[in-house]
Design a protein around this ligand. Sequence first.
Ligand code: NAP
Ligand code: MG
Length: 495
Amino acid sequence: MATATAVYKNFINGKWVDGQAGELQVLNPANQDEVLSRFSMVSTEQTHEALQAAQDAFQGWRRTSPPQRARIVRKALQLAEEREDQIARDMSLEAGKVLSDARGEVIKGCNLLEFYSGEGLRLIGDAAPSELGNNLLFTKREPLGAVSIITPWNFPWAIPCWKIAPALVAGNSVVFKPASFTPLSAYHLAKCFEDAGLPPGVLNLVVGSGRKVGNELIHADKVCGISFTGSNEVGKQIEQAAMETGKKLCCELGGKNPCVVMADADLDSALAGVLKGAFGASGQRCTATSRLIVEESIADEFAARVAEGANALKVGPGINDDVDMGPVIDQSQLDTVLGFIESGNKDGFKLLAGGERVTENGMDKGFFVRPTVFDHVDQNSYLAQEEVFGPVLSIIRAKNYEEAIEMSNNTKYGLSSSIYTRDINQAMKFSDDIEAGMVHINSPTLGGEAQVPFGGIKASGIGDREMAKEGLHFFTELKTVFLDYTGGARKSNIY
Ligand code: NAP
Ligand code: MG
């Protein structure tokens, strides 16, 4: 077994400290014989030290002017850009994603740092006319306090960037718990902020399990807000805890995103979009295309092309140049994905591609699944209703647009969606009719950009949108100020 020697530490109150709760070994999802990194994990006591450090640092940080806070984010951005290659390689290995996707994610995170560093100059309130003369009413945006940021492994760089940057620019202090599969990406981000000159305690990185460290971070009295991205199961627990303890909460959760392909679409472009949406990042994106809803008249031909495209994808370690699709993250995810495949087979859906684990060429040491396509899937089946979070696409056939939209909305989720059509009227109607936070027209269900809100409705999210101004606003409270400058000559009794 290849062993990484250095043991990474936790960043608490501006110092890198050994955790006192044992060691986390991060194994390569493409080859479990390889230890990628070793991290010492924090104890409960150390988690509370990190929270205390955040609380202590808050008063100084909130009084640092927003443009000055933003300048530190801009400096961290410069450092991240210089370190792009290392960050992307480490991320490709620990998350299993192909290197080009990892590079794209570093850039995406940098776009978010860039956007929010600009927002430091735009932390603007409103002024309102008063009922009274010589009175001014205005609002200010103020930070919440110490906030907990808990993130998943599938976007281990971009998601922390889109939460931590607005939290800091708004004046909050942060305790950041990354997913246990991907702590090295988190380490790189914390290091960029340290090297950018962030004052001690303003950002703290704690490594440890969700059940222990995460649990402390959602219940502790010192925490004023929680920003979480991850599974619905954990999101529900956090919602409960936040309600009981009165903390502000933002959760981005799962999806079951439909891609509708109409008969009049540019089918080459639709095919490319479906393959990318379903099998990019091995389907482990919250915005992955999970259901292909295709108009019946072209369904046979289009399904055959999707299957051909899926079969042509090269599966292997994401760090290798010629690979199209990497492994899934761990044994439990592999079992889940194979369980969905089994359910599709049991339900009698037509398996057009994949349907099995990949074990050749040493891939039995990792968690590889062949890109899988089921046709004639029943829209109400387990396979069509639950989030797979793996490379499995369900094809559902619709008679026409009306049926396609009904099928698209037949889900508890509402994160992303897409439609391929040349009919602009139908595309715009889809953007009205679809129950989802995001709509893509003639492009895959994937992606977001820093300057526009990201997030879902129904079971896909709780609270405000992330990214853009909305993402910044979550980390603030509005204060309304009434300023009387009559010099004591106020005549009215309106209060
Ligand atoms: P997860 O199991 O819910 O874990 C997410 C984070 O929560 C990890 O840091 C995890 O720590 C921590 N955690 C686990 N149990 C916890 C608890 N009881 N209390 C507090 N924290 C806890 O999710 P995942 O498997 O990493 O990510 C996959 C899920 O995320 C999918 O459902 C996907 O759709 C969703 N996702 C959503 C979006 C979006 O923006 N909507 C984006 C990406 C992913 P450990 O790693 O130590 O367990
Ligand atoms: Mg998990």
